[in-house]
Every structure is written in C-alpha cells, then in structure tokens.
Design a binder for this molecule. Sequence first.
Ligand SMILES: Nc1ncnc2c1ncn2[C@@H]1O[C@H](COP(=O)(O)OP(=O)(O)OP(=O)(O)O)[C@@H](O)[C@H]1O
Ligand SMILES: [Mg+2]
Length: 454
Amino acid sequence: MARILVVDDDRSIRRSLEKFLGGLGYEVETAADGDAALAAPAAEVVLLDLGLPGRSGFDVLTALAQTAQPPHVIVVTARDDMQSTVRAIQLGAYEYLVKPVDIDRLRLVVARALETRLARTALDARVAGEAESYQVGNILGHAPAIREIWKQIGAVSTTRAPVLIIGESGTGKELVARAIHTASADRDRPFVAVNCTALAPGVLESELFGHVKGAFTGAERDRAGRFELAAQGTLFLDEIGEIPLELQAKLLRVLQERTFERVGDARPRTLDARVVAATHRDLPALVAQGRFREDLYYRLRVVELALPPLRDRPSDIPVLIEGLLAKINRDLHKAIRGVTPAALAMLCRYPWPGNVRELENLLTRAVVLAKGDVLDEDLLPITAAPAPPTSGIRTLEPDALISLRDLERRHIARVLAHTEWNKRRACAILEISRPTLDRKIEEYALVREGAAAS
Ligand SMILES: Nc1ncnc2c1ncn2[C@@H]1O[C@H](COP(=O)(O)OP(=O)(O)OP(=O)(O)O)[C@@H](O)[C@H]1O
Ligand SMILES: [Mg+2]
C-alpha cells in the first residue's frame, strides 16, 4: 500500500487530509513540523506545507531530495507567490498546490505522483545553496496560467535547454526571459538581449557573431558579437520570428554544432550561452508559409512557454494595477494610492490588445497627469469594449469574471463586514464551522477594517 506523509502545522488540516487520503486507501502518516517529517518513516508521496514552525518547508524539501529514495513532494501551501513557487520547483517539488486545495485535484495529483517514477533532474547544488539570497523579478498575477508559468520558470531554470517564449505583444516575454536567467545558477553571468527586428540582415549577422577587422567596409577593428558577450550566461533572441531565412540557416548550424565564427574569420568559437528566444508571431504558420525553418523551430522550442493574453485573465487586472502602480510610484517619486471603483470596473472591461505593456503605459501617463492621489476614469482614456454578444445565454459582467477563490474571499469579507466581525453570526450566515471560518480568515489574510495590520 502506498504510504503518504502529511506535513502541516495546522491540526485540522492534518486531520482532514489524513481522513480523506485514508479513505482512498492510502496509508497515511502525519507530522506537525519539519523535524517530525524527517524522522517519519520513508513515504512515497509527501504533502508538505511551507510555513512550518522551526525548520522551514524549503529545508524539509531540500533534505527529502537528498534521501536515498526521494519521495514525490506535493507542496500544499497558502503562499501564492512567484518566489515560493519557483523555489519549490527548483528544489524538486513535484507539484505546487495553493490552499484551499480542491480535493478532486489533490486526489488526481497524488495518484499521478504515485504512478510516475520521474527521472529526477539533478539539482544544481548552487541553486539549492543560494536560493535564499536572490529575488526573481516579479511576474504579477494569480490566474492559473500565470501560476503555471512560475512553475515552468522554476523547472527550466535548473537546465540549460533552449526555451521558446510565445505570446502576444506586451504579455511579458522579456520579463519571463529575465526571470529564467535570474532564477538560474548562472544569474551572475551576462544576460544579453538581441532584438532581431531592429537590425538590417547584414548588421544582424555581425551583431550576433561579431566580425574581424576588414571583414566588410567599415569594419575597422575586431568586434565580439552577442554570442560571445553572453559567454556562459543567457542569450535572449527577441522577435526571433523576424530573422531572415539566410541567417536562420546559420543560426541553426550554430545551435546544432555549438560553434560559430566571427564574420570574416575562420576560427571556430564555442557557444556556451543558454539560448532563450521569444516571438509574438505564430511560428507554425510562418513554417507553413516557408518563412521560418521548421528545423530551427524545433531546435528552439525544446521547452515552450506560452504567455496568456491579458483579456484571458481579467481577474489579474486588480493585482497588476496595484503592482504596476507601486513600480511607477517608485520610478516617478509619486504616491498614487490606486484607482476609483468606476475606473477599475472600466479597466476590467477593456480587452487590452497591447496587454500588460498597454496597461502599464496607460497608468504611467495617468500618474504623471494626476492631481490627487487616486486615478479616476478621466485620467484613463480608453473606450470600454462593447458588450459581448449574448446568444441567449446571460453573460456576466467582465468584472464579475473572477475565480471561485476570489469570490469566496470577497463573500466572506462582505459577510464579516455586515456582522461587524461577529464571527458567530458570520458562521451562521455562511453555514460553516468556526474553525473553518478562522482558517479562511487566515488563509485570505482578512483583517477588520480600521484594525491595525499585524
Ligand atoms: N505579469 C506581469 N507582471 C508585471 N509586469 C508585467 C507582467 N507582464 C508584463 N509586464 C510588464 O509589461 C511590460 C511589457 O512586458 P515585456 O516587454 O516583457 O513584453 P513582451 O511580451 O516582450 O512584449 P513585446 O512582444 O511587445 O516585446 C514590461 O514593462 C513588463 O515589466
Ligand atoms: Mg519584448
């Protein structure tokens, strides 16, 4: 019988998981802290909370990965942020689930973890050792697609395989490329970006590979190209869809043979850099039209990361506004607190063809022009999208398109406000038990209006 270890400092969570998993026929052990977890008999699957007293969940994860027969660790945590997700995956976590966990999802993940005997990616010791000391540039959002991106960044940052990042303009492709670099063990090495659109074909070639004196008119001295400058760091090929066919052939050869020559020079040089490419183009369509080499496409997309357009994750708009305003305030030495509810509703309705970049530009302009400390509609000149066609089905207002989790959080907050934080009455209205309410208040970090934040 498969053995599962549940590690959580919350007794009610330990109990309910034990009951649930026991009911599925697994043999379940529990532990309330890291030391107890490591002392427990070896299990095939470990459900691990991150916020443990004493030894942290990350420590436990590291220690478990070093055991003779490392278990599959499913992190089950209230920490819904990019840093924790990236780090847990880098340390070898099999899955990362955010509380409150959907029970059906958990059942599937546990079953899958037991079935797969994945070959473990050898964890770079440097990543493990230094993980505490760095911060990954923050990719804001909580939509499932963004959480997947966090996990993928964690996974690819421990390898040097080529990565292809696709997504519409302004969805954060460069941000993700930098995050992969920063999360990797080579973060102190160069990150060199080349925009393949910005340069004429001949110039692009010498930009990439360098040239020697006299290679062409105007080449007055030897010059290293971006491949050389990137050394053992990351070479970011932005707008890869724009590179001319002739150069595609050369690039393919470089990636295959991992050597290249400066223009006008026969001496081969080794390619050491990790290659990350990005494009807003539909590469398979370009391949079909004969405008992009199929072999190069497959060489670049060993791992593909697809960034969602902003209109597909309207629930992220509030967090993006908050995060972007914080950044803009810092850059412009301003202290804008937020947007009015009417402005927020309008921003949530807009389809954002220019994605996060468009939102950032709009907010920047508004911050510059703002007189007070809140942005209203007049400062945010967009025309809200026309209402979507209704085909007999009643559709929701876009600002009501939020996740179930968000809906639950908002509803609990509303009920607590209504009962003036009389929890007994709130429990009665919500038809939940007091421990459940307390857990949710903690999980969602709900605080009473006017009470001092702790
Ligand atoms: N999820 C996000 N969280 C925070 N900032 C973001 C996010 N996505 C994008 N941005 C910001 O939006 C701007 C555009 O992002 P970026 O340049 O990475 O987009 P891109 O996909 O490379 O766009 P393009 O195809 O136009 O080059 C940047 O200022 C970036 O910091
Ligand atoms: Mg870009």
